[in-house]
Ligand binder design. Sequence first.
Ligand SMILES: Cc1cc2nc3c(=O)[nH]c(=O)nc-3n(C[C@H](O)[C@H](O)[C@H](O)COP(=O)(O)O)c2cc1C
Length: 408
Amino acid sequence: MPGHESLAVEVGGLRWRNPFLVGSGPTTKRVDQLIEADRRGWGGASIKLVIDPPPYINRQPRYRWSKRDRMHFFTAEKRLTLDEGLRLIEDGRRAAPHLNLLANITYAGEAGLEGWAAMAGKFEAAGAHAIELNFCCPNMSYNLEVTGTAGGDRPSSGASLGRQPVVVRDITLAVKRAVSVPVFCKLTPEGGNIAQVAKAAFEAGADAVGGTANRLGLVDFDIHKPDRSVIRLQDRHSLVCLSGSWVKPLGLRDVYEMRVACGAEVALLGYGGIASFEDAVRYAMAGADLIGVCTQTMVAGFGFLDRWIDLLEMYMVEIGATSWRRLRDRLVRQVATAADLDLYAGYAQVDEDACSACGVCGRIGHCNAIEPCPEGAPIIHIERCEACGTCVDVCPQGAIRLVEQPRR
Ligand SMILES: Cc1cc2nc3c(=O)[nH]c(=O)nc-3n(C[C@H](O)[C@H](O)[C@H](O)COP(=O)(O)O)c2cc1C
């Protein structure tokens, strides 16, 4: 894909033709998908999670996508075996030559750290550009823990490991010693300490760290048929792995927190609900070097990237950004705590011509400044108005605005 030099980046010891990679998941499990991602100009792809050795939880996939909420959720999922994963990397290197290929792996056997190191070594030998250690999957041992069904001697995997800085450090260190390709760590936000875990990963030598953004949850079910699963062709409920646009504010926070805790020198991947070029920019501004997209490729394929890149380049010209790197961290410097925010005094004002006297603003529970008036616009008692802004947002007519008080 010629002509996009301003988007080429060096991240995590690799050169990327642009910062967009297809996140590990259902759209990176076959070579035809990698070929298509390559043809459509993606910078890289992380192949579907490879777990070794069996047995591990491996089911036919059952997915749901709520268009309205832009929310994806699932529990049952199929992983790649070691052989499938190695073959995919080998074939992908041949057939998708412009993609950086990450091997997303979990070792779940008796050999512990040596098992992780040996598995990573096999993927290096197969041609992976980088190893991506999966410390994020919430649908394996972590799901069992949360549902109280963990037990036996099944080894920890995914999100169970990713909450523990010491475990992440030890595995990363062992894999770093075993391979010479870059080592990426993909962390879970479950546990609430992603920034501390990221620090531990970097201290162990990780070349880049990302947050998966996924959360486990229980989605709305039919209260008249509470026994019926919301997922088709699936019996019983499950704690589901949630992704898509709704998770974006949380994913942005993960990246921001990692950037603040780990400093400007490290490389970060942003994942979570990225569904437009603007979202990609937001992630860069919150601290991301690379942009990982999964759900959007599930529901829309790989072809949208062309348009995103065109729009991104136009935007960069418009704001005078000569390279992708220049967008990074712009938001980080802006984020302040409540104590440090600049608040401007003001009050709500009603446009009497636009007001339909519906009374909605008068029902706001925390406000005692708006006096509804059945025949016309409400009266706003400016001296009691705290300028919180809720009335502006609930007014169906868009007839209320906040006015800033003149500053002295
Ligand atoms: C169905 C599905 C399967 C996934 N499988 C993997 C996986 O095997 N390994 C991994 O690291 N992340 C996996 N993910 C997480 C995604 O790569 C990504 O981090 C997350 O979904 C947030 O991004 P998104 O909102 O663009 O999907 C999966 C996500 C989905 C929806």
